[in-house]
Design a protein around this ligand. Structure first.
Ligand code: SF4
Ligand code: SF4
Length: 54
């Protein structure tokens, strides 16, 4: 599963929209990735600040 670097994340919410299985959710103070993640790498490539690794 993808790891989130919370120090780098800007909470822009962009990665939420690119996940094909809706595994990313945006909350008031953080994003979360749930067990639906299939490690496709789309969000990792998308994030403009490299806050996702996996
Ligand atoms: S795209 Fe990157 S910076 Fe934006 S919410 Fe997702 S992890 Fe954070
Ligand atoms: S790696 Fe793919 S499935 Fe997992 S959270 Fe990112 S976009 Fe969604």
């Amino acid at each position: 599963m993808v790891k989130i670097n919370y120090d780098a994340c800007l909470y822009c919410g962009g990665c939420v929209g690119v996940c094909p299985v809706d595994a990313i959710t945006l909350h008031e103070i953080r994003i979360e990735i749930n067990e639906k993640c299939v490690d496709c790498g789309t969000c990792v490539e998308f994030c403009p600040v490299g806050a996702l690794e996996g």
